[in-house]
Design a protein around this ligand. Sequence first.
Ligand code: AMP
Ligand code: GLY
Length: 424
Amino acid sequence: MKVLVIGGGGREHALVWKLCQSPRVDKVYCAPGNAGISEIAECIDIRGDDFDALLDFVKYNWIDLTVVGPEAPLAGGIVDVFIKEGRSICGPDRKGAQFEGSKKFAKDFMQKYGIPTAEYKIFSSFQQAEEYVRLKGAPIVIKADGLAAGKGVIVAATVDEAIDGLKSIMKDRVFGNAGDKVVVEECLKGEEASFMVLTDGETVVELATSQDHKQIFDGDRGPNTGGMGAYSPAPIIDESMRKTVMQTIIDPMMKGLQRERIKFRGVMYVGLMICHGKPYVLEYNCRFGDPEAQPILMRLESDLFELLKATAEGRLKDINVSWKDESSICVVLASKGYPGPYEKGEAIQGLDVFDNDKDVVVFHAGTSLNNGEIVTSGGRVLGVTALGRDIRTAKDNAYRAIEKIHFNGMQYRKDIADKAINKQ
Ligand code: AMP
Ligand code: GLY
């Protein structure tokens, strides 16, 4: 079988890496991929928003399954285009992708189906939003309705900060049309966790739990990023919490999907805040989390191709999924300046020492080849991902590996997984 993966980040490297291990997969292509992906798959120079070129590629190369990594092509309707042409693709259609593409859609859905989430109001007038913020006071959360590359959420500690956020979204339009509407919501306090499921619209297959680290600095300080590291499993989701999440969040979500006739065949990522022992939904994403996919896929024992093909074809009820008992952690190495403007083109040293280490995989994100040399080309550059018999060992393995890697300006958090270790 031939598979095409769309995207070029750490998540896609992990997807490609795991797909390559399937005995049923002969060849994996990735559009556009990155330097690490090009070592194990054939990278093709087509952008994720060029649906015509992607479809042509799939037709002329007899691709059996397309897997969409990032949210933008899903929100743009790539699945609708591929399905219309009879192509097998894993991901929700345009309607399903609204769970991530419109925060208003997601909040209204949760309200309608009784899914616990922060209290909220939607505004398209700056003046009314400002009045509401003054009425509610701080802390308060402001969210641009549309896609904003993970940057559209402001957790404001003061009313002034919230109003500055409203101005930048609604008046300065820093996220363009994504800021036509805003969600203003109650600020929830607690511990976050990522809960992902695969669904074909009928059956739900739970993926291993994980926890992301959004802020740039240790101790969850500094501005939010795309994610500076993740680990799996997340002990905050113990067996009793898992059941509560399934009953109060996933079951009503599945009922809602069916009632609204939304064809969702892909990964539903539920970003949770656990407050006083009760889970609330902060956000939905309609794809694998990045960097959560990296540690999760390292723990996956089952054949990823079988899982994703069955998802695309509505056969998930026949599939069993199994996980390694070991823990896993991914530590992101980022460029100097990230999440603000960052430097590019720095040579990366020390990548070849992991070829024979079965416990460590260095997934590439923002890397490219320059005259045969691997250089930085993005904010998040590498995701050093390690397995260990427990989370402490996994952490030691990852950080020991990081000591061998270097590029100018490399920055990373030293406390990934400490929340789990401190619970032991
Ligand atoms: P989102 O893009 O919706 O995941 O939001 C990004 C981050 O903002 C989340 O991971 C949380 O850290 C934070 N956040 C979002 N909504 C809330 C909320 N209602 N209360 C507190 N923090 C929030
Ligand atoms: N790690 C959070 C996300 O993928 O959106």
